[in-house]
Design a protein around this ligand. Sequence first.
Ligand SMILES: Nc1nc2c(c(=O)[nH]1)N[C@H]1C(S)=C(S)[C@@H](COP(=O)(O)O)O[C@H]1N2
Ligand SMILES: [Mo]
Length: 238
Amino acid sequence: MNRSTPPAEYELMDDPSPKRYGRGLFLTTLFGGLTSIAWGRPVWSRLSGSLAGIESLVPLVPHGWRIYSVADTMPTFDPATWRLAIDGLVQQKLALSYHELRALPQSHQITDFHCVTGWTVKNVHWKGVRLSEIFDRARPFPEAHALQFVSAEQPYLDYLTLQQSQLKDVMLAYEMDGKPLTREHGAPLRLVIPEMYGYKGVKWLNRINLVPQAGDGYWEYLGYDRDAWVGRSNGYGA
Ligand SMILES: Nc1nc2c(c(=O)[nH]1)N[C@H]1C(S)=C(S)[C@@H](COP(=O)(O)O)O[C@H]1N2
Ligand SMILES: [Mo]
């Protein structure tokens, strides 16, 4: 797979569930997409499953945000039962309540947010906790070289390498612009990594697994880069 191929060149599935489609099928459908050129049917007419394709279907909300989700309903947040699980290759597994999460040392930042489809929100004010606060308590084993971020919205997930997760403005954010995260923005917790496109920022985050190495996240199964550096990954210009 040539990972520098722009996303628009990929054949994309109507139901792009990573749980149901492996690499083999992905390549098969890519080939199917190429043969459709021979039949005279343009590939771009079948891009309904792409991030660019859903752009026109999602509502516009103030401040330039588009609300994205992949399941039929958005998860609901109950502060009484919600937990953030820290699991996998850690010496101390954790299940933090919302109250415990809010009691951890807080950080603030103002950073820009970029979706790979081309929209940007400038100067988003985030409040939350740094992963270092979590690491101090969970104590990852030396074999843990990556983090898997799992959403309550199945099957959305994504990964960062341990090194990427230690960029100084990576945050587990529970407030946006002075207010607790709203349901549509991922309440109560989302990952923020301003250096990368928005698809890395898992909303409705409720589990972080420490794992030996990074894998493909939800959109990466469809050909987007794992390393979603803004302006430098294969999403550029999409
Ligand atoms: N669980 C979940 N997280 C997600 C997504 C999603 O569909 N589901 N979409 C991602 C993408 S592509 C972007 S650009 C941002 C959009 O954030 P917003 O919906 O708060 O605007 O969320 C990211 N996190
Ligand atoms: Mo996005």
